[in-house]
Design a protein around this ligand. Structure first.
Ligand code: CP
Length: 322
Protein backbone atom coordinates (compact mmCIF):
# COMPACT_ATOMS: atom_id res chain seq x y z
CA UNK A 1 0.00 0.00 0.00
CA UNK A 2 1.73 3.19 -1.21
CA UNK A 3 -0.98 5.60 -0.08
CA UNK A 4 -4.42 5.14 1.50
CA UNK A 5 -6.81 7.44 -0.31
CA UNK A 6 -9.61 5.13 -1.43
CA UNK A 7 -10.62 1.48 -1.62
CA UNK A 8 -8.54 1.26 -4.82
CA UNK A 9 -5.43 1.27 -2.61
CA UNK A 10 -6.52 -1.98 -0.95
CA UNK A 11 -5.82 -5.32 -2.63
CA UNK A 12 -7.80 -7.49 -0.20
CA UNK A 13 -10.51 -5.82 1.92
CA UNK A 14 -11.23 -8.93 4.01
CA UNK A 15 -7.53 -9.38 4.82
CA UNK A 16 -7.31 -5.76 6.00
CA UNK A 17 -10.48 -6.22 8.08
CA UNK A 18 -9.00 -9.42 9.59
CA UNK A 19 -5.80 -7.53 10.45
CA UNK A 20 -7.83 -4.79 12.16
CA UNK A 21 -9.82 -7.36 14.16
CA UNK A 22 -6.56 -9.03 15.20
CA UNK A 23 -5.36 -5.67 16.56
CA UNK A 24 -8.66 -5.33 18.39
CA UNK A 25 -7.86 -8.61 20.18
CA UNK A 26 -4.19 -7.76 20.68
CA UNK A 27 -3.59 -3.99 20.44
CA UNK A 28 0.15 -4.32 21.15
CA UNK A 29 0.88 -7.34 18.94
CA UNK A 30 3.15 -5.18 16.75
CA UNK A 31 4.21 -2.57 19.27
CA UNK A 32 7.79 -2.44 17.93
CA UNK A 33 6.85 -1.98 14.26
CA UNK A 34 6.84 1.81 14.48
CA UNK A 35 9.83 2.15 16.78
CA UNK A 36 11.73 5.41 16.07
CA UNK A 37 9.19 6.39 13.41
CA UNK A 38 6.93 9.42 13.27
CA UNK A 39 3.54 10.03 11.76
CA UNK A 40 2.25 13.54 11.02
CA UNK A 41 -1.46 14.30 11.25
CA UNK A 42 -2.43 17.49 9.43
CA UNK A 43 -5.92 18.90 9.94
CA UNK A 44 -7.51 21.58 7.80
CA UNK A 45 -10.80 21.22 9.69
CA UNK A 46 -12.10 19.86 13.02
CA UNK A 47 -12.15 16.21 14.10
CA UNK A 48 -12.72 14.14 17.22
CA UNK A 49 -12.65 10.47 16.18
CA UNK A 50 -10.25 10.60 13.24
CA UNK A 51 -7.69 12.63 15.11
CA UNK A 52 -7.63 10.69 18.37
CA UNK A 53 -8.13 7.18 16.97
CA UNK A 54 -5.18 7.67 14.59
CA UNK A 55 -3.00 8.93 17.44
CA UNK A 56 -3.96 5.90 19.59
CA UNK A 57 -3.35 3.53 16.66
CA UNK A 58 0.11 4.99 16.02
CA UNK A 59 1.00 4.74 19.72
CA UNK A 60 -0.09 1.07 19.78
CA UNK A 61 2.46 0.48 17.01
CA UNK A 62 5.22 2.27 18.94
CA UNK A 63 5.11 5.35 16.69
CA UNK A 64 5.19 8.98 17.69
CA UNK A 65 2.23 10.97 16.34
CA UNK A 66 2.45 14.74 15.90
CA UNK A 67 -0.75 16.68 15.22
CA UNK A 68 -0.72 19.98 13.36
CA UNK A 69 -3.90 22.05 12.91
CA UNK A 70 -2.88 23.65 9.64
CA UNK A 71 -6.05 25.75 9.44
CA UNK A 72 -5.44 27.40 12.84
CA UNK A 73 -1.69 27.19 13.44
CA UNK A 74 -0.04 27.03 10.03
CA UNK A 75 0.51 29.44 7.17
CA UNK A 76 -2.39 29.70 4.73
CA UNK A 77 -1.52 27.22 1.98
CA UNK A 78 -1.70 27.81 -1.78
CA UNK A 79 -2.52 24.82 -4.01
CA UNK A 80 -2.76 26.41 -7.48
CA UNK A 81 0.13 25.75 -9.84
CA UNK A 82 1.69 28.98 -11.07
CA UNK A 83 -0.25 31.15 -8.60
CA UNK A 84 0.91 34.73 -8.13
CA UNK A 85 0.79 34.71 -4.35
CA UNK A 86 -0.07 38.33 -3.69
CA UNK A 87 -3.30 37.51 -1.81
CA UNK A 88 -4.15 35.69 1.41
CA UNK A 89 -2.11 32.50 0.90
CA UNK A 90 1.39 32.59 2.38
CA UNK A 91 3.03 29.27 1.50
CA UNK A 92 2.71 26.96 -1.52
CA UNK A 93 2.07 23.27 -0.91
CA UNK A 94 5.07 22.61 -3.19
CA UNK A 95 7.27 24.17 -0.53
CA UNK A 96 5.48 22.95 2.61
CA UNK A 97 4.85 19.29 1.65
CA UNK A 98 8.50 18.21 1.03
CA UNK A 99 9.54 19.78 4.35
CA UNK A 100 6.76 17.91 6.16
CA UNK A 101 7.75 14.75 4.30
CA UNK A 102 11.29 15.12 5.63
CA UNK A 103 9.98 15.17 9.22
CA UNK A 104 7.71 12.13 9.00
CA UNK A 105 7.65 8.52 7.81
CA UNK A 106 3.92 8.77 7.04
CA UNK A 107 1.87 11.90 6.45
CA UNK A 108 -1.89 11.97 7.12
CA UNK A 109 -4.15 14.77 5.94
CA UNK A 110 -7.74 15.80 6.54
CA UNK A 111 -9.27 18.25 4.10
CA UNK A 112 -12.83 19.28 3.30
CA UNK A 113 -14.50 20.20 0.00
CA UNK A 114 -15.42 23.79 -0.81
CA UNK A 115 -18.88 22.58 -1.94
CA UNK A 116 -18.68 25.49 -4.40
CA UNK A 117 -16.62 24.13 -7.28
CA UNK A 118 -17.36 20.47 -8.03
CA UNK A 119 -14.60 20.00 -10.60
CA UNK A 120 -11.96 21.27 -8.18
CA UNK A 121 -13.28 19.23 -5.24
CA UNK A 122 -13.61 16.03 -7.26
CA UNK A 123 -10.09 16.50 -8.67
CA UNK A 124 -8.91 16.11 -5.05
CA UNK A 125 -6.35 18.85 -5.60
CA UNK A 126 -5.27 19.21 -1.96
CA UNK A 127 -4.55 15.57 -1.14
CA UNK A 128 -3.07 14.92 -4.60
CA UNK A 129 -0.67 17.84 -4.19
CA UNK A 130 0.53 16.37 -0.89
CA UNK A 131 0.99 12.96 -2.54
CA UNK A 132 2.94 14.61 -5.36
CA UNK A 133 5.26 16.67 -3.19
CA UNK A 134 5.58 14.96 0.25
CA UNK A 135 7.81 12.05 -0.83
CA UNK A 136 6.37 9.75 1.89
CA UNK A 137 3.17 7.62 2.00
CA UNK A 138 0.00 9.65 2.52
CA UNK A 139 -3.10 8.53 4.44
CA UNK A 140 -6.40 10.32 3.91
CA UNK A 141 -8.08 11.33 7.14
CA UNK A 142 -11.01 12.40 4.91
CA UNK A 143 -10.61 14.23 1.64
CA UNK A 144 -12.90 16.36 -0.51
CA UNK A 145 -14.81 13.34 -1.82
CA UNK A 146 -13.95 10.26 0.28
CA UNK A 147 -13.43 9.06 3.87
CA UNK A 148 -11.64 5.71 3.52
CA UNK A 149 -10.68 5.14 7.19
CA UNK A 150 -14.34 5.62 8.10
CA UNK A 151 -15.47 3.17 5.41
CA UNK A 152 -12.90 0.55 6.41
CA UNK A 153 -14.22 0.93 9.97
CA UNK A 154 -17.76 0.47 8.70
CA UNK A 155 -16.87 -2.78 6.93
CA UNK A 156 -15.07 -3.96 10.09
CA UNK A 157 -18.16 -3.15 12.19
CA UNK A 158 -20.51 -4.89 9.74
CA UNK A 159 -18.21 -7.94 9.58
CA UNK A 160 -18.23 -8.23 13.40
CA UNK A 161 -21.98 -7.85 13.55
CA UNK A 162 -22.55 -10.41 10.79
CA UNK A 163 -20.81 -13.06 12.89
CA UNK A 164 -23.35 -12.38 15.68
CA UNK A 165 -26.32 -12.33 13.30
CA UNK A 166 -25.20 -15.42 11.38
CA UNK A 167 -26.03 -13.86 8.00
CA UNK A 168 -23.95 -14.44 4.88
CA UNK A 169 -25.35 -11.80 2.48
CA UNK A 170 -26.80 -8.85 4.42
CA UNK A 171 -29.10 -6.20 3.07
CA UNK A 172 -27.31 -2.89 3.68
CA UNK A 173 -29.22 0.35 3.17
CA UNK A 174 -27.62 3.78 2.92
CA UNK A 175 -30.40 6.18 3.88
CA UNK A 176 -30.18 9.95 3.31
CA UNK A 177 -31.02 12.03 6.38
CA UNK A 178 -32.01 15.66 6.87
CA UNK A 179 -29.53 18.25 8.16
CA UNK A 180 -29.51 21.96 8.89
CA UNK A 181 -26.65 22.80 6.52
CA UNK A 182 -25.02 21.41 3.37
CA UNK A 183 -22.56 18.59 4.11
CA UNK A 184 -20.01 16.92 1.79
CA UNK A 185 -20.79 13.70 -0.08
CA UNK A 186 -17.56 12.09 1.23
CA UNK A 187 -18.97 9.55 3.69
CA UNK A 188 -21.78 8.46 1.38
CA UNK A 189 -19.46 8.24 -1.66
CA UNK A 190 -16.88 6.31 0.30
CA UNK A 191 -19.33 3.93 1.98
CA UNK A 192 -20.86 3.18 -1.44
CA UNK A 193 -17.44 2.62 -2.99
CA UNK A 194 -16.35 0.22 -0.23
CA UNK A 195 -19.59 -1.77 -0.01
CA UNK A 196 -19.63 -2.18 -3.80
CA UNK A 197 -15.98 -3.25 -3.85
CA UNK A 198 -16.52 -5.62 -0.90
CA UNK A 199 -19.27 -7.28 -2.94
CA UNK A 200 -20.84 -9.25 -0.11
CA UNK A 201 -24.10 -7.36 0.37
CA UNK A 202 -27.41 -6.58 -1.22
CA UNK A 203 -26.74 -2.83 -1.29
CA UNK A 204 -29.55 -0.27 -1.54
CA UNK A 205 -29.23 3.53 -1.49
CA UNK A 206 -32.29 5.64 -0.74
CA UNK A 207 -32.50 9.41 -0.96
CA UNK A 208 -34.93 12.15 -2.01
CA UNK A 209 -34.93 13.41 -5.59
CA UNK A 210 -32.05 15.81 -6.22
CA UNK A 211 -29.61 13.98 -3.95
CA UNK A 212 -28.18 11.52 -6.52
CA UNK A 213 -24.52 10.75 -5.82
CA UNK A 214 -21.71 10.45 -8.35
CA UNK A 215 -22.31 7.22 -10.26
CA UNK A 216 -18.61 6.28 -10.16
CA UNK A 217 -19.18 5.38 -6.48
CA UNK A 218 -22.76 4.07 -6.50
CA UNK A 219 -22.69 1.87 -9.63
CA UNK A 220 -23.78 -1.63 -8.59
CA UNK A 221 -26.20 -0.47 -5.88
CA UNK A 222 -29.99 -0.38 -6.16
CA UNK A 223 -31.08 3.26 -5.90
CA UNK A 224 -34.61 4.30 -4.90
CA UNK A 225 -36.46 7.42 -3.73
CA UNK A 226 -38.84 5.18 -1.73
CA UNK A 227 -37.28 5.06 1.73
CA UNK A 228 -39.93 2.77 3.21
CA UNK A 229 -39.45 0.22 0.40
CA UNK A 230 -35.67 0.39 0.81
CA UNK A 231 -35.88 -0.25 4.56
CA UNK A 232 -37.86 -3.49 4.19
CA UNK A 233 -35.86 -6.42 5.59
CA UNK A 234 -32.74 -4.31 6.01
CA UNK A 235 -30.01 -5.83 8.19
CA UNK A 236 -28.02 -2.59 8.43
CA UNK A 237 -29.17 0.97 7.87
CA UNK A 238 -26.40 3.54 7.47
CA UNK A 239 -27.84 6.99 8.05
CA UNK A 240 -26.09 10.03 6.58
CA UNK A 241 -26.83 13.44 5.20
CA UNK A 242 -25.18 14.79 2.08
CA UNK A 243 -25.77 17.83 -0.12
CA UNK A 244 -26.55 17.67 -3.83
CA UNK A 245 -23.83 16.43 -6.19
CA UNK A 246 -25.52 17.59 -9.41
CA UNK A 247 -26.65 21.02 -8.12
CA UNK A 248 -23.36 21.07 -6.31
CA UNK A 249 -23.52 21.84 -2.59
CA UNK A 250 -27.21 22.81 -2.71
CA UNK A 251 -29.96 21.45 -0.46
CA UNK A 252 -32.94 20.84 -2.77
CA UNK A 253 -36.35 20.91 -1.04
CA UNK A 254 -37.41 17.50 0.25
CA UNK A 255 -40.90 16.02 0.44
CA UNK A 256 -41.83 14.11 3.59
CA UNK A 257 -39.80 13.36 6.71
CA UNK A 258 -36.60 11.43 6.02
CA UNK A 259 -35.39 11.21 9.64
CA UNK A 260 -35.11 7.55 10.60
CA UNK A 261 -37.31 6.46 13.51
CA UNK A 262 -38.29 3.19 15.20
CA UNK A 263 -41.67 3.41 13.52
CA UNK A 264 -40.12 3.38 10.02
CA UNK A 265 -38.22 0.22 10.92
CA UNK A 266 -41.14 -1.51 12.62
CA UNK A 267 -41.80 -4.08 9.90
CA UNK A 268 -38.12 -4.86 9.38
CA UNK A 269 -35.36 -7.19 10.40
CA UNK A 270 -34.23 -5.56 13.65
CA UNK A 271 -31.79 -3.60 11.50
CA UNK A 272 -28.57 -2.41 13.05
CA UNK A 273 -28.24 1.38 12.87
CA UNK A 274 -25.02 3.01 11.73
CA UNK A 275 -23.77 6.59 11.53
CA UNK A 276 -20.18 7.85 11.32
CA UNK A 277 -20.75 10.62 13.95
CA UNK A 278 -20.97 13.44 14.78
CA UNK A 279 -24.75 13.19 14.51
CA UNK A 280 -27.43 15.87 14.94
CA UNK A 281 -29.82 14.06 17.28
CA UNK A 282 -33.49 14.24 16.37
CA UNK A 283 -32.61 15.89 13.05
CA UNK A 284 -30.71 13.10 11.28
CA UNK A 285 -31.59 10.24 13.63
CA UNK A 286 -34.00 9.89 16.56
CA UNK A 287 -32.82 9.50 20.15
CA UNK A 288 -34.77 6.25 20.38
CA UNK A 289 -32.65 4.67 17.62
CA UNK A 290 -29.32 6.14 18.71
CA UNK A 291 -29.87 5.03 22.31
CA UNK A 292 -31.59 1.77 21.38
CA UNK A 293 -30.21 -1.79 21.43
CA UNK A 294 -29.57 -1.90 17.67
CA UNK A 295 -27.33 1.15 17.47
CA UNK A 296 -23.76 0.42 16.32
CA UNK A 297 -22.55 4.01 16.43
CA UNK A 298 -20.33 3.64 19.50
CA UNK A 299 -18.81 0.43 18.10
CA UNK A 300 -18.11 2.27 14.84
CA UNK A 301 -16.36 5.11 16.67
CA UNK A 302 -14.36 2.65 18.77
CA UNK A 303 -13.36 0.59 15.73
CA UNK A 304 -11.73 3.63 14.14
CA UNK A 305 -8.58 2.76 16.14
CA UNK A 306 -8.28 -0.73 14.62
CA UNK A 307 -8.89 0.51 11.07
CA UNK A 308 -6.18 3.14 11.43
CA UNK A 309 -3.81 0.66 13.09
CA UNK A 310 -4.25 -1.90 10.28
CA UNK A 311 -3.55 0.72 7.59
CA UNK A 312 -0.52 2.22 9.35
CA UNK A 313 0.88 -1.27 10.02
CA UNK A 314 0.48 -2.17 6.31
CA UNK A 315 2.46 0.92 5.34
CA UNK A 316 5.18 0.32 7.91
CA UNK A 317 5.52 -3.30 6.82
CA UNK A 318 5.83 -2.21 3.20
CA UNK A 319 8.49 0.35 4.13
CA UNK A 320 10.37 -2.21 6.24
CA UNK A 321 10.36 -4.74 3.37
CA UNK A 322 11.56 -2.22 0.79
N1 CP B 1 -16.47 10.20 11.69
C1 CP B 1 -15.50 11.13 11.77
O1 CP B 1 -14.70 11.32 10.86
O2 CP B 1 -15.46 11.82 12.95
P1 CP B 1 -14.57 13.11 13.23
O3 CP B 1 -15.05 14.17 12.25
O4 CP B 1 -14.84 13.47 14.64
O5 CP B 1 -13.15 12.77 12.97
Amino acid sequence: MNNFISVKDVTDIDALVAKALLFKQQPFAESLLGNNKKIGLLFLNPSLRTRISTQVAAKNLGMEAIVFNVDKEGWALEFTEGAVMNGTTVEHVKDAAPVLGSYFDILCIRTFPSLKNREEDYAETIINQFILHAGVPVISLESATLHPLQSLTDVITITESLKEKNITKPKIVLSWAPHIKPLPQCVANSFSQWINAWGKADFVITHPEGYELDEQFTKGATITHDQQEALKNADFVYVKNWSSYHDYGAMPAVEGDWMLTNEKLASGNQAKIMHCLPVRRNVELSDELLDGPNSLVTEQGANRVWAAQAVIAEMLTRKTNK
